[in-house]
Structure formats: C-alpha cells, structure tokens
Write a protein that binds this ligand. Structure first.
Ligand code: SF4
Length: 710
C-alpha cells in the first residue's frame, strides 16, 4: 500500500489528508497530523472521501469526450481531438461573427490554482473578453468587496491560530459546526482551554453552532447591518471605542459616527427582533474583551447588500482596534477549497492576476506584459447572474462550464435551465456526469478529480497547500489545466493566432504554471516569490505573503497598523439597513432561509455518492415552527408545496423550534427543476449586491401549503 499527502476537496478549512492507495485504487483516507489546518482531524465528509473515489463510482464519472451536433440527439463518444477541434471551430466562428464577448466561461472554486490561472489567461489574454466568472461569485465575492472597501485588499487578516488566542469569538452568518467542522473543533478546544472566552453567535436559526453560544442573537434574516450599526452606537455612547487607534490608523470615522447615531438599541431591536439588552451585551463584549475575533460566511455574503454586511462588521473591529493583534480581527470563512486561489489569479469577471483590478489601466498593462499580449480588455465581464441572463437573451451564445453545476447552484433556476437549453453551444468540463448541468452539455469533456490531480489550493487563512494525485486518471479523463491548454492552442490556430497561443501556453506540468503565477505576484500584497513547489514539499503548507528572502509567511496582517490603501489607513464604510430582495407579504408570508447540512457539501455531486453521508439527513426537509404548522393544519412528515415568486418545489416538512415562527429553513444541497425538483435555489431571487454582484441566495419570501396532487 502506498500513501500520498494531499488536501480535502470540500470546504475552505483546507484540511490535509493522507490518501491510502493500492495500484489505481484509493483504499482509505486519514487526516494529516502534520497539516496546520487540521493536525490530523477530519470531519465526516473528509473522512469518507475515499468512498467517493475508485472503481465503484465509475458509473457516474465522465470518462470519454462526448459530442452532439443537434440538440434533440444524444451525445456520442468521440476522440479528444474531435471534441476539442469541434469546440475550437465553433468558438472561433462565434467570435469572428459576434466578437469575443459572445462567448463566456464559468468555473469553480474547486478548480486548482493552476487550472484557474490557465483559464484566466485563455479568456482574458488570448480570446480578449472578461466573460470569465465562477461559482465563487455565489460564495465569497461580498467578502472580497467588504475587505477591499474597508482594509484596502482582499486579504483575510487573521488565522485559525487566532481562535486559540481570542477572548471573544463572534460567529456571524455561519453554522461553523456543520459547514467548517474542523474549525469548530478548534473553537471547542479554545473554550476548554479558556473557559472565560465568550462566544457570540449571530444567526436567525438556533443551529448547532448557536446552541454552543454564550449569547445567541437570533436576528431577523437580513438585519445584520442594523445590529452592527447599533452595536457601534452603544460602543460610542458607553465610551468603548478606541479613539487612539481610530485617530492613528483609520479614516471616515466622523461619517459613520453620524450614521450610527440613529441606530439606537430601541430602533435596532425593532428591526432585528432582538432585545435592547442583547444588543448592548454584544457591544460590550465585543469592545471590552482583550481580543475579539469574528468569523463569518454565507449568512453575511449571500444578500443583495452582502458587501455592506461585511463592511459593517469590519467597522466594529476598526472602531475598537480589534485587528492586527493575536486573537483579534475579521476572518471570513471560505466555502470552497480554492475560492481563495481563484481570487489570487484574478479568476472573476472584474479581477486580474495577483489581486489586480480590471478597472485600473496600469494593472491591465502589467498583466498584458506578463502574458505577452497587446492588451487586456477594459470592459468588465459578465458576473454569474448576468452571464446566464445574457445566455438566455442570446447576447452570449456559447458557454464553457468547468467543474461546477450552475443548473443546481444558481438562483432563478427556471431562467438558468432555459438559458442552457437554448444556448448555441454548451461545453461542460466535468468529472461527474450525473449533474443537472451535464444534461445540457452539447460537448462533455471528462476531467480528473480529487485523488487524481496535482496542483495547489489556498484555504481561508491564506495558506497554500499542495494537492497531489495518488492514482492515474480513469479511462480518458484529463486534467483541467491540460484541457484548457489543449483547447487554447487549437483555438489560437482557428483564430489565426496559433503562434501566439503556442507562446502563451507552453506548460508541460502544473508546476510551470504555478511558477508563472508566482512571478505575477512580485511586489503585490500576496507576494509569494519566496515560495516554490520544492519548499511546499519540504516545509509543508505556507501562508502568504511570502516574498523572496522571507523565512516564513505572515500569520497575521496589519500588525503595524498600516493598511494597503492610498493613505495607509483603513476606511470606515457608511452602511445603512436595507430590505431583503423579497419581503414577506400576504401572499408569501414566510421568510425562507437556506443553509448547509453537516454531511453534504454543495450540490452533492460527490458527497451524494456516499451512502453513509445520508445517515444524518436523508432528504431535504422544510423546517417549520410548530405555530406555523398548526396554522396550516400541517404536521411533521407532511408533503408541502413551497411557493416563491420564482418557482415552486414539493418537500416534506419537519416540525422544528430551531426557527422562529414566521420563518422556515431549507438545506441548499438538492437540485432539480421548477416543477419536479427539490432544490431551494428554484425559489431564490436573482437580485445581487451592486458592489460584489453576489446574489441573495440566503433568503426568499415563500408561501407553504399542504401538497395536493394534480
Ligand atoms: Fe474537508 Fe472541510 Fe471537513 Fe476539513 S472541515 S475534512 S476541509 S470538509
């Protein structure tokens, strides 16, 4: 038996794993005791990874390229050459006739940094469009804009290690116990070591995480800004802000001071559904604890004002100087294994390599020079929601989807399915052929997956870790970066830019791609020029920045109080309470909130293969308060129709006091279409945040009634 060190492919905790394998069979997996994210621990999802790999899963794998030339026909197996030539010819024809903005690429935070880098260069450098977005848009883009607005850069300032040093931990909009279980184990350890440590959990639901809290603020969905503004109001009123820190290291305090004057605890308690005492206690604990750390996730990000949710919480850290010290600072938790790596290479429609901004002409010129092209287009590309809307309207004619399942994960599923059904060309690059999106593929390109591929990922705390393949690619599957490089060279020829494409995509392995990415970070906030694959091999995972000459990466940012803004000071951002995209009404009287189960991950394309992972929850259940059930003459186990403005689904109901009366909850993992599916995203509006363009996947207004068969 052989062993290979790698990284778990699920959440952004980024746990190290040791893959046990014999020949081409993965036989087991265990936690890597040497990995600083998990020190040998794994959650239920990570510890069953081997059960979603190996010969027994081949029945649901994409194993050979498949192609259809007419929509009403079935795809036929073809050679790689035939598949890629066909796609290159079709893309070239569309680009020649309609321009480069008529094609689009949609990727995923599950792609490795090297895959991401090649796709970004292909789309923005060779094709000349910025129509490249990923499912990270649905997940972390509000955290990105929240950091950039306030601290000046997309860089989480704290580390997991800070959990052990904090005196007050605020967990906001995250059921960490389920979604980031190994981080939550560290929280439990820290509380055991320091029983005086306070835990505040801000979440409308009484989740397992909230159960553990000293103070659970069960606010009404989407009212975080009112809460944080009111906490700042209390801090000001009680003299709890740190004026010397504000004076020396921040700007914009006068404006926020004026704004929060109105957010009295009385006013906020009416908006948030909390008591004045709860708001005052949270403010006092946050400001007065020697070190306060906040961790947050989709409950802040997935709102049409997600950027300001993030900024309002960071305002509290700046006002109290709770940043840049051991145990203090904001720490966004990343949903996907490599959403961070994707951001590092500029893998979103508004970003460029190494945290450069598309809107900055100097940054565009730097990237063009790095890639050896004349220019990078100025026009921002389509973000996730805009991309599928443009596909539906015909503005975008061809889409290439890699390693993700938008036909399950996007809001407004009716539109997404229609867009995919009517597009001129849908190319899907996937390891698993059973996803909803694969059903729409005109061309299916089989990709390798966890246990088979090689490269790097970056976790929530800026830690770069190697991912290593333990077994060979099955049948004809190829690595994601290889597929992109092969296609780029063919498209170059089809567009009459064959020589340029050969020059731009010379890579023979992931390391050569990573080395080019590393060079692009020189002098940037995420500088990793001091790292190499050899060093990651010898010394293990490392945090950025790690510039040339450094002996280690940085565990904590902004310890000197200097921020990467023009003035060197962090910025307070004025944030105001806003209404959710949909408010409950007489017709749709209930708040629906979405979230994650302990043993499933995202759209279940992998966790759904593991029988053991259904022991916890077998199917999606609508959690409803007993009062709401009684009002509708329903009982637990009944089938109900859940209707929103965008669609309807039929699920079983579960009586639960984890939600307040007037609210209900659905897990987000299941897919399906508007008529027969179980997917919560069918019900979600596509309204998005104007800064981050992240859609409001956390909340909809719904009506629930007993299901009546037609
Ligand atoms: Fe994998 Fe996340 Fe579980 Fe760690 S906590 S084993 S990264 S799913």
């Amino acid at each position: 038996m052989a062993e290979t060190r790698s990284t778990c492919c699920y959440c952004g905790v980024g746990c190290g794993v040791i893959i046990e394998h014999e020949g081409d069979r993965i036989t087991g997996v265990r936690g890597d005791p040497a990995h600083p994210a998990n020190f040998g621990r794994l959650c239920t999802k990570g510890s069953t990874l081997h059960l979603s790999a190996g010969p027994e899963t081949l029945a649901v794998r994409a194993l050979r390229p498949e192609l259809r030339t007419a929509r009403e026909t079935a795809r036929q197996g073809v050679s790689w050459e035939a598949a890629l030539d066909h796609v290159a010819d079709r893309f070239a024809a569309i680009i020649r006739e309609h321009g480069p903005d008529a094609v689009a690429f949609y990727g995923a935070g599950q792609l490795l940094t090297e895959d991401y880098y090649v796709f970004n260069k292909l789309v923005k450098g060779l094709i000349g469009t910025n129509n490249l977005d990923t499912n990270s848009r649905l997940c972390m883009s509000s955290a990105v804009s929240g950091y950039k607005m306030t601290l000046g850069a997309d860089a989480p300032p704290a580390s997991y290690e800070d959990i052990a040093h904090t005196d007050c931990l605020v967990i906001a909009g995250s059921n960490t116990a389920f979604a980031h279980p190994i981080v939550f184990r560290r929280v439990e350890d820290a509380r055991t070591a320091n029983p005086a440590m306070k835990l505040i959990v801000i979440d409308p639901r009484r989740t397992d995480t909230a159960e553990a809290a000293d103070l659970h603020l069960a606010l009404l969905p989407g009212t975080d800004i009112a809460l944080y503004n009111s906490m700042l109001h209390v801090m000001l009123w009680e003299g709890l802000v740190k004026r010397d820190y504000i004076e020396a290291h921040t700007e914009g305090f006068d404006a926020i001071k004026k704004t929060v004057r109105e957010y009295t605890p009385a006013m906020a308690s009416a908006i948030c559904g909390l008591s004045k005492k709860e708001i005052e206690t949270a403010a006092e604990w946050f400001a007065s604890s020697p070190a306060t750390l906040s961790m947050y996730c989709q409950g802040l990000n997935q709102y049409a004002f997600g950027s300001h949710n993030n900024a309002a919480l960071i305002n509290l850290h700046l006002a109290t100087g709770q940043i840049g010290r051991a145990g203090a600072g904001p720490l966004s938790l990343t949903g996907q294994p490599n959403a961070m790596g994707g951001r590092e290479v500029g893998g979103l429609a508004n970003l460029l390599s190494a945290h450069r901004d598309l809107a900055n002409p100097a940054h565009r010129a730097e990237v063009a020079a790095l890639w050896g092209v004349d220019s990078v287009p100025e026009k921002p590309g389509k973000s996730a929601v805009e991309l599928f809307q443009a596909l539906k309207s015909g503005e975008v004619k061809a889409v290439w989807i890699a390693c993700t399942n938008p036909a399950q994960s996007m809001p407004d599923q009716t539109l997404v399915h229609e867009a995919l059904a009517t597009a001129e060309l849908v190319v899907v690059q996937e390891a698993f052929a059973h996803t909803e999106t694969c059903r729409h593929a005109d061309v299916l390109l089989p990709a390798t997956t966890w246990g088979e591929k090689d490269g790097t990922v970056t976790n929530s705390e800026r830690r770069i870790t190697r991912v290593r393949g333990a077994v060979a690619a099955p049948v004809e599957a190829r690595h994601d970066w290889q597929i992109a490089v092969d296609f780029a060279r063919r498209l170059g020829v089809a567009l009459g830019k064959g020589e340029l494409a050969q020059r731009m995509f010379p890579y023979a392995d992931p390391e050569s791609i990573w080395n080019e990415h590393r060079e692009s970070t020189r002098g940037r906030d995420l500088d990793i020029t001091g790292l190499s694959y050899a060093m990651l091999e010898a010394d293990g995972p490392q945090q950025w920045p790690f510039p040339e000459g450094a002996s280690s990466g940085k565990q904590r940012l902004y310890e000197d109080g200097v921020f990467p803004t023009v003035s060197g000071k962090a910025r307070f951002v004025v944030t105001e309470h806003a209404m959710t995209a949909e408010s409950p009404s007489a017709r749709y009287p209930l708040h629906l909130i979405t979230g994650r189960l302990r043993d499933q991950w995202h759209g279940m394309s992998r966790t759904g293969l593991v029988a053991r992972l259904y022991n916890h929850e077998q199917e999606p259940l609508l959690h409803m308060h007993p009062e709401d059930l009684a009002r509708r003459r329903l009982k637990g186990g009944d089938l109900v129709t859940v209707r929103a403005r965008g669609g309807r689904i039929v699920v079983k109901v579960l009586e639960s006091t984890t939600v307040r009366a007037g609210q209900c909850f659905l897990p987000m993992h299941w897919g399906g279409n508007a008529m027969s599916g179980l997917g919560s995203n069918t019900l979600m509006p596509s309204k998005f945040d104007p800064h981050s363009k992240q859609p409001e996947l956390k909340h909809a207004a719904v009506q629930v009634e007993a299901f009546v068969a037609a």
